[in-house]
Design a protein around this ligand. Structure first.
Ligand code: ACO
Length: 324
């Protein structure tokens, strides 16, 4: 059976840097609180660019690093909850702007911060089933357009960014060894962003504004528990032990959640990839952005075992293990 090998990675972040000190001028917060409670020092914010724009840039970078022509792709999946339009999808926009063939499959998946791993799970299954040979998987979000910039509980946490990987169907021992995705919609109201459009003359209720809303404290506890369980499930499925993990690339939401997850696994600090300080929580962009950075730095070497784990709105959670 074919495996999905990650043959290229790419990312893109906007050039505008918003430091904690800049946020002190917008809401009642301070640099020390943000660093101590989250680990974030700065984040990137779009200034004119859109979700589609940054997704295209990340996708092009992934194709370039793989040395693959867009004409060879047969599947594009984008994980995002901040698309520019209800339709066409982000994936369709990417298809038309990178020069991919007409007629291939292209669609988005909605799983908030777990969006990239959800998309990876689907693409991996297409490849294993023999339906796809080369799949482009993107994680992208622009939370700056749905965050309430008057709410200090949320606006300090998020940033904008995109990452992408190219999967190629290959035989052999390298590639994706496992993916697992989960959801519990009963916790949906803990983290959500309502859709404020309703132009129907028959709709009596005025729509809620579409700012995202979050019960941070409760989520924190669930995130620590589910990320730990997701890692354990991935290890059990692959028959690997925590000490076999070369690098943990967790969703970059909060340093304390990441540390708690690593501690549960007994992983030392140097085996945990962190770039949250520079980008904040970029939702679906977070894991592929971190992976691309790790690859470019040479942190990831052939044969390494990488564990990815994410948690987000839905609630959703997911994991993947890759032999690089
Ligand atoms: N600056 C200063 N003070 C603040 C700020 C701020 N930016 N935000 C909150 N505070 C205050 C609160 O008002 C509170 O004050 P009070 O005690 O006077 O009421 C105090 O700080 C403590 O607030 P908590 O909410 O208890 O702070 P906590 O330590 O829980 O940290 C945080 C909050 C960072 C949001 C944390 O709970 C967290 O990271 N939660 C998980 C977020 C997450 O993982 N989300 C899921 C992924 S996102 C996605 O899927 C899209």
């Amino acid at each position: 059976m074919n495996r999905s090998l990650i043959t290229g990675t790419g990312s893109h972040v906007p050039s505008v840097i918003l430091k904690n000190q800049d946020l002190e001028k917008i809401v009642d917060t301070n640099n020390e609180w943000i660093i101590a409670r989250t680990g974030i020092k700065e984040r990137r914010i779009v200034d004119g660019e859109t979700t589609n724009d940054i997704a295209v840039k990340a996708a092009k970078n992934a194709l370039k690093s793989a040395g693959t022509s867009p004409k060879d792709i047969d599947l594009i999946i984008a994980g995002t909850v901040t698309p520019d339009m209800l339709f066409p999808s982000t994936a369709c926009f990417v298809q038309s702007h990178i020069g991919a063939n007409r007629g291939i499959a292209a669609f988005d998946v909605s799983a908030a911060c777990s969006g990239f791993l959800y998309a990876l799970d689907v693409a991996d299954k297409y490849i294993r089933a023999g339906i796809s040979k080369k799949a482009l998987v993107i994680g992208v979000d622009v939370f700056s357009k749905i965050v309430d910039w008057k709410d200090r509980n949320t606006c300090v946490l998020f940033g904008d960014g995109a990452g992408a990987v190219l999967l190629s169907a290959e035989k052999g021992k390298r590639g994706i060894l496992s993916t697992h995705i989960h959801a519990d919609g009963h916790y949906g109201k803990m983290l959500y962003a309502p859709l404020s459009i309703n132009s129907s003359p028959f709709h009596k209720k005025s729509p809620e504004h579409s700012y995202m809303k979050m019960q941070g404290n409760e989520l924190f506890k669930i995130a620590v528990r589910t990320m730990g369980e997701a890692c354990q499930e991935a290890l059990e499925y692959t028959g690997l032990k925590a000490e076999d993990i070369s690098l943990l690339i967790p969703h970059q939401a909060n340093m304390r959640i990441i540390k708690a997850t690593a501690e549960r696994l007994g992983l030392p600090e140097e085996k945990v990839y962190i770039n949250l300080d520079k980008y904040g929580n970029t939702s679906a962009g977070s894991i592929p952005l971190a992976l691309d950075e790790a690859v470019k730095k040479g942190t990831v070497k052939s044969g390494d075992i990488i564990l990815f784990v994410a948690f987000g709105g839905g609630l959703t959670w997911a994991s993947a293990i890759v032999r690089w």
